[in-house]
Design a protein. Structure first.
Length: 99
């Protein structure tokens, strides 16, 4: 499943995003979630928590989560938190699908 996210993901929008992502994972039974972050200029800790929760759910069924083309500010946060060791961070959707 490939999803393109847009805009800032912060405490105000993250509850809806969490609900939607978890529902999609449950409904589709997908083992791979690809989140295209190229149009997301900012994320806060609540957004990171959602990504980690999705990753944990996917790992329970042998799945993967890939982050595609995070903008520099978002990529920096991921690297500072050392989450790039948990997530597959790639430059294109094609690379994510090949992982």
């Amino acid at each position: 499943m490939v999803l393109s996210l847009h805009g800032e993901i912060d405490l105000h929008g993250s509850p809806d995003l969490r609900t939607d992502l978890l529902a999609l994972l449950q409904q589709t039974g997908s083992k791979k979630l690809v989140l295209n972050l190229s149009k997301v200029p900012y994320v806060d800790s609540s957004a990171i928590a959602i990504m980690v929760e999705c990753l944990q759910r996917l790992r329970k069924i042998g799945g993967k989560l890939c982050l595609v083309d995070p903008q520099p500010r978002v990529k920096g946060l991921i690297e500072i938190a050392r989450l790039n060791t948990l997530f597959n961070v790639v430059g294109t959707e094609a690379e994510a699908l090949a992982v």
